[in-house]
Design a protein around this ligand. Structure first.
Ligand SMILES: *Cc1c(COP(=O)(O)O)cnc(C)c1O
Length: 386
């Protein structure tokens, strides 16, 4: 085996199976549904695109290389990847998930639990007591999401995955926020890594996609089987677009992260702000764990105003450049109020328990000039009085 390449090289060098017809450098796209057989007994490597497709295979290889996985599956959304992780569980399996996980993950787990298919405990994974209590019984799946969304809480991946293993659990980490360039959960003892490629990996806010990667070949095979059986796989065209997005991931992430760090610092000086949540702030209690498992703070931050929902509403209405929308990782800066947008599926009680206040604002920092972003935020603050 050759020495693992650096991420920038992996994404720049991700070539397709060499184009036999024209030798094109830019990858071709194979949107075909099916492939020709030479004879009835010779199944070709690529036979039907729901099962296997060259563009999807290329994306899987690139993502696996970035995450240090042996392989995995590329799905048609992040949620399809989450569903895939749950499909393989037997009826009655116990799952432990973070109480402040991605809203769509929470909704899916809770609905499947209500149907009686799994038993799920939502716990604060940053709290040792709560975590130990949830680990009393045998466990099938431990779900980790760090930094968490929207509060950027940090879970110690190595410690939690090792405790989960002690209870017989596989551990899955949703690595969407950090990206494989800042955190590699498989290296820290996780069995599965989930991505919404819709976000920073594609980076251009123009498609949906997901991925589930694993380090155990038998697990990869099982995921491939279920994804084909359930029809969750992503399309050739989307896969090709995501590879295109990955080419600039290292550059985009460096820039977006640097701007996020400046903005977080600036926000933390504002008297109108109660709290700033950003993994890179030195005041962060979790800074030690961040230093152990992340090679950078990422491009996401949240901050809490004073004055409840009216403050948040006034603030976002005054913004000119930053868009009120509920996604993340794209080229333009988005802001949202998680309590009424991304996390509206959580009951008010569940939101309170997870610390999602009505005046909490979440930002995905994009590629604009940081000075212009700060000037726009200043417009928001000018509506608050003091
Ligand atoms: C967006 C997101 C998902 C779901 O992905 P989709 O592509 O929207 O289905 C899962 N986890 C996290 C952390 C996300 O941000």
């Amino acid at each position: 085996m050759s020495k693992p390449k650096k991420p920038a090289t992996i994404v720049a060098a991700a070539h397709p199976e060499l184009d036999p017809a024209y030798g094109s450098v830019g990858p071709a796209i194979w949107p075909t549904d099916t492939f020709e057989w030479a004879s009835p007994d010779d199944k070709p490597a690529f036979d039907y695109s729901r099962t296997v497709n060259p563009n999807r295979a290329m994306l899987v290889r690139t993502l696996a290389e970035l995450e240090g996985a042996v392989g995995g599956v590329v799905t048609n959304s992040g949620q399809a990847a989450a569903l895939l992780a749950l499909l393989r569980l037997p009826t009655g399996a116990r799952v432990v998930a973070p109480h402040d996980c991605y809203g769509g993950t929470y909704r899916l787990l809770e609905a499947i639990e209500r149907q009686g298919k799994i038993r799920c405990s939502f716990v604060d994974l940053t709290n040792d007591e709560a975590f130990d209590a949830a680990l009393q019984d045998q466990l099938a799946l431990l779900w980790i999401e760090t930094p968490s969304n929207p509060l950027m809480r940090i879970t110690d991946i190595r410690r939690r995955a090792s405790a989960g293993k002690g209870r017989g659990a596989l551990t899955i980490a949703d690595n969407t926020l950090a990206s494989p360039l800042r955190q590699r959960p498989l290296d820290l003892g996780c069995d599965l890594v989930l991505h919404s490629t819709t976000k920073i990996l594609n980076g251009h806010a123009d498609l949906f996609g997901g991925a589930l990667l694993a380090s155990d070949p038998a697990l990869v095979e099982e995921l491939e089987w279920w994804s084909n059986a359930a029809g969750l796989n992503g399309s050739a065209f989307d896969s090709s677009q995501i590879v295109r997005g990955l080419r600039t991931l290292p550059l985009r992430l460096d820039r977006q992260e640097a701007s996020a760090a400046r903005i977080a610092e600036w926000l933390s000086q504002k008297p109108e702000v109660q709290a700033v949540y950003f993994p890179g702030l030195s005041s962060s209690k979790a800074a030690e764990i961040v230093a152990l498992q992340q090679s950078g703070p990422g491009f996401m931050l949240s901050f809490e105003l004073r004055g409840g929902k009216p403050s948040a509403d006034r603030f976002v209405a005054a913004l000119d450049l930053i868009t009120l929308a509920s996604s993340l990782g794209g080229f333009s800066t988005l802001i949202c109020t998680p309590s009424t947008m991304t996390h509206r599926g959580m009951s008010p009680d569940a939101q309170r328990e997870a610390g999602i206040a009505p005046d909490l604002l979440r930002m995905s920092v994009g590629l604009e000039d940081a000075d212009d972003l700060i000037a726009d935020l200043a417009r928001g603050f000018s509506t608050l009085g003091s």
